[in-house]
Design a protein around this ligand. Structure first.
Ligand SMILES: [Zn+2]
Length: 525
């Protein structure tokens, strides 16, 4: 797999909004990550019933790399502390305690291609807590590697290690040094038939989170040939602290470029693009950024369907909930975009007659006009923004399917662009990144981002959710939504695209009624 690349996230083993056939049609998905905790509400979990994960979840062994972790790495919720005996995991029925032995069993039955070792990555507040965190993570790694029976010996999984150490750079570097230290002879014996000189020998890659400095501290002494992975650790309104990815955020292409340039991250969890699809955002960006035409506000630019201009920069996509798109009959990508998107919104002809689910003889290709895309090319023009706007406002699930597929394709093409620049002229990469930052709005511009707008967006979304679930008065929310629209429109540069989309999404979901908002809000937490 060429890097940098993306990892498609799943919830309960499914890439959100993509049915199995749509998943197979999405070319950009080659690595799928499955957080195991979402299966824990059943005892025993479904994935321990005998079939490997690929088969149960409908992934293809020859096409999809499937990795598995206990926890959902994008879930930023506060959890009860881990102990030496178990890790706290979250499933639909609440917190579950999972012991390293349980996890070993889940892994050996689910047979993923790669596993994330259990790690004690909770915030480190004291020296004592840090020592515990390192000890536990090391201990759990050893337990995971230790063969428990003959059958296990045949299947030694590739292990990825989540680097603990919390917000302390010293703690992080200390852990990295600890796994490089030579093992004690008794430990070497215990791990037979594996022949390891240090724990790092058993690790195939590293998973990091946090800011650039924290990631560097974790990785600086480790092998640069092993893949380095970062997931979107949480997704909410941005911090206002500065331009580098703060605390735990990878929210967009700007953060990805920063992490490639400054830390050398190879693989990125695509949780954020799926979340954007949920909020009705269709990405429209490319790397390297377009050279011409520049960001000018003339009519020709507007007509060619570029994303909205904020201050002097372009949005990275379109908020299709916006009424502005009601009569926009252009395709999702702007007219000058060099990205060849093969999603099923931009390229419906990628859907072959075999893909069509037939419910009766009437749907048979021989009796309908679905014979061949080439013969009926006029029927397969790209879906328009107006059409997807309509689908979003009428609560059609297909809107989100198309947007997930589209956003994954665009992110994949963006990363392919990064790879091309790195391969052909590595020295130019830094310059291209700067140009990208000049061209596209990052939504993390600390100087301009109005904190109070972020707070108001939270308030509107919360009030909308409360109204949908508790039945509070309509008028209050409606006026808040209107107010917030005005502020977002006038406050100038910022991350307004994401927040606008969230408000519009909450508003439309409110009209749909109870239930769904409660769920989507919980997802966002
Ligand atoms: Zn597309």
């Amino acid at each position: 797999m060429p890097t940098p690349n993306l990892i498609a996230p799943t919830s309960r083993g499914v890439v959100q909004h993509l049915s199995r056939d749509n998943l197979l049609r999405t070319r950009s998905i080659s690595w799928i990550h499955v957080p195991y905790e979402s299966f824990l509400e059943c005892r025993p979990p479904i994935l321990t019933l005998g079939l490997p994960m690929h088969e149960v979840l409908g992934f293809q062994k020859d096409r999809h790399i499937v990795s598995m972790s206990l926890r959902d790495l994008s879930d930023g919720r506060e959890m009860p502390p881990n102990t030496a005996k178990y890790v706290s995991a979250w499933c639909i029925r609440g917190v579950k305690k999972v012991t390293p032995e349980d996890y070993r069993e889940y892994v050996s039955k689910a047979k993923p291609d790669l596993i994330y070792a259990l790690a004690d990555v909770q915030p480190v507040v004291s020296q004592k807590r840090f020592i515990k965190s390192v000890e536990r993570t090391t201990e759990w790694l050893v337990q995971l590697l230790k063969p428990s029976n003959a059958e296990d010996n045949a299947h030694v999984p590739a292990v990825l290690l989540q680097m603990p150490g919390g917000q302390s750079t010293a703690a992080r570097s200390a852990f990295a040094r600890a796994i490089l230290e030579p093992l004690h002879p008794t430990e070497i014996d215990a791990l037979q038939p594996l022949t390891l000189s240090s724990l790092d020998d058993a690790v195939s890659g590293y998973v990091v989170d946090g800011s650039v400095d924290l990631m560097r501290a974790s990785l600086q002494s480790l092998d640069t040939n092993k893949p380095r992975i970062a997931h979107t650790s949480s997704f909410s309104t941005p911090s206002t602290s500065g331009s580098a990815p703060s605390a735990d955020l990878i929210r967009g292409p700007h953060d990805i470029l920063t992490l490639i340039r400054d830390v050398g991250i190879d693989l990125f969890g695509a949780e954020w693009v799926v979340k954007l699809a949920q909020w009705g955002v269709a990405l429209d960006l490319e790397f390297p950024a377009p050279r011409a035409p520049d960001n000018s506000n003339d009519d020709a630019q507007e007509r060619s369907g570029f994303p909205k201009l904020r201050g002097t920069k372009r949005d990275i996509g379109h908020n299709l909930y916006d009424v502005h798109y009601r009569t926009d009959f252009s395709r999702l990508l702007n007219i000058n975009s060099k990205t060849k998107c093969h999603c099923f919104a931009c390229d419906p002809s990628s859907c072959t007659p075999e893909d069509v689910i037939r419910h009766s003889g009437l749907d048979d290709p021989s009796s309908s006009d679905l014979k061949s895309p080439s013969q009926n090319s006029h029927k397969y023009s790209p879906h328009t923004r107006a059409y997807i706007h309509h689908l979003l406002h009428t609560h059609e699930m297909s809107a989100h399917s198309m947007l997930v597929s589209h956003n994954l394709e665009v992110l994949s093409a963006f990363l392919a662009g990064v790879r091309r620049v790195l391969e052909s002229c590595r020295d130019e990469f830094g310059k291209e990144v700067e140009r990208f930052f000049e061209y596209y709005d990052s939504g993390d511009d600390g100087r301009n981002y109005p904190t109070k707008v972020a707070e108001e967006v939270e308030a509107v979304v919360e009030a909308t959710v409360a109204e949908a679930t508790l039945g509070q008065a309509n008028e209050v929310v409606s006026s808040m939504v209107l107010d917030s629209h005005d502020k977002l429109a006038t406050e100038g540069p910022g991350v307004a695209l994401f927040d606008e989309a969230r408000v519009c999404h909450a508003e439309v979901e409110r009209l749909r009624g109870k239930g769904s908002l409660k769920r989507s809000d919980r997802d966002a937490e």
